[in-house]
Design a binder for this molecule. Structure first.
Ligand code: Q46
Ligand code: ZN
Ligand code: ZN
Length: 318
């Protein structure tokens, strides 16, 4: 198959776009798509300071790479969750992904790279907090999500970043949407958007510039751009419902190319018409008495309550 734009051999065929491109024209196309998404949803401009949450995976590193190529002020934040530090069966996952992120950053002069090491700063890793809080049951993902959101927001506030960018791709967004629709989680559906505006004082604007790009498109970009990323998924992702939803959507896509994109874009259009407008009005927020981040409950935020219970259980020890 030949490239649509030149005579070279195509390296990717995107059936949903009826478009095949070569190794030169594909990365150009990908960068243009990201730029269009940023502009379409008014995500940020050249004056904004963007903090990119990088995990060492293909999506976040590709996003950081594209933003730097486009000339945005984009710095990277890696949160070392300590996965595989002491938990069996997850050998060295965080260490390996951190190494990929560090290597990528060292090759990008001019961009700042921030590392927050959870164990070093707070004295516990994500699996350890989850074990304590969930009494050893279930996967650590809910605690992990909460911790990541808190740390990202903390760094953004402390270092005056106006925007927080994550590498969620179309497959992620469509799977989240499907999961939320299956359970009619109206509150979550209402908040699922390419841009979440800063809500008053204390929350940075959150954006997902890859939300219209398929996972395989991001993987192809990373590969063609020589980005060395961690191939393995987090060991705790195995068996997650979101992976099952991704599989279902992949089957749909196989039968009907473009189905995933239509599903997600149709939702965004419905959102624009007000179909899933925020339910119940805005929640009143107060600053947490410990860290100052906004929280809906008066007193401590959920993150600080997590660590308070750590201190209490240590105090209770004989
Ligand atoms: S890193 Fe954390 Fe994910 Fe691993 S523990 Fe779960 S939430 S699966 S994106
Ligand atoms: Zn070409
Ligand atoms: Zn707090």
């Amino acid at each position: 198959m030949r490239c649509r734009k030149c005579d070279r051999q195509a390296v990717i065929n995107m059936r949903q776009h009826k478009l095949a491109l070569c190794e030169v024209h594909y990365p150009e196309w990908f960068i243009l798509q990201v730029q269009r998404t940023i502009e379409k949803y008014h995500m940020f401009g050249y004056d904004d300071r963007v903090l990119v949450a990088v995990s060492g995976g293909k999506d976040s590193l590709s996003l950081w790479d594209v933003l730097l190529r486009l000339g945005y002020q984009a710095d990277g934040l890696y949160i070392d969750l300590g996965i595989g530090r002491s938990d069996s069966g997850a050998a060295g996952y965080s260490a390996a992904s951190r190494e990929k992120a560090e290597r990528f950053a060292s090759q990008r002069s001019g961009a700042r790279f921030i590392v927050v090491d959870l164990w070093a700063e707070y004295g516990e890793t994500v699996p350890e907090v989850a074990k304590r809080v969930h009494r050893g049951r279930g996967r650590p993902c809910s605690v992990c999500g909460l911790i990541k959101r808190h740390v990202m927001n903390r760094v953004a506030r402390e270092d005056n970043y106006t925007v927080l960018a994550t590498g969620h791709n179309l497959d992620d967004e469509a799977a989240t949407l499907l999961g939320n629709l299956l359970h009619w989680q109206i509150g979550y559906i209402a908040r699922q958007a390419p841009v979440l505006l800063a809500s008053g004082d204390g929350f940075a604007r959150k954006v997902k510039p890859l939300c219209r790009l398929y996972e395989r498109e991001t993987a192809a970009y990373a590969l063609l751009s020589g980005i060395d990323y961690i191939y393995d998924e987090c060991p705790y992702a195995v068996g997650a419902t979101s992976l099952y939803h991704k599989e279902l959507l992949n089957r749909l896509e196989e039968e009907s190319p473009g189905a995933k994109l239509q599903f997600y874009l149709g939702f965004l259009r419905a959102r624009e018409t007000g179909l899933f407008c925020e339910q119940g009005g805005a929640v009143e927020l107060h600053p947490c008495i410990n860290c100052g981040q906004p929280t809906s409950a008066p007193g401590l935020c959920t993150f600080c309550r997590l660590w308070k219970s750590q201190k209490e259980s240590a105090d209770d020890r004989p």
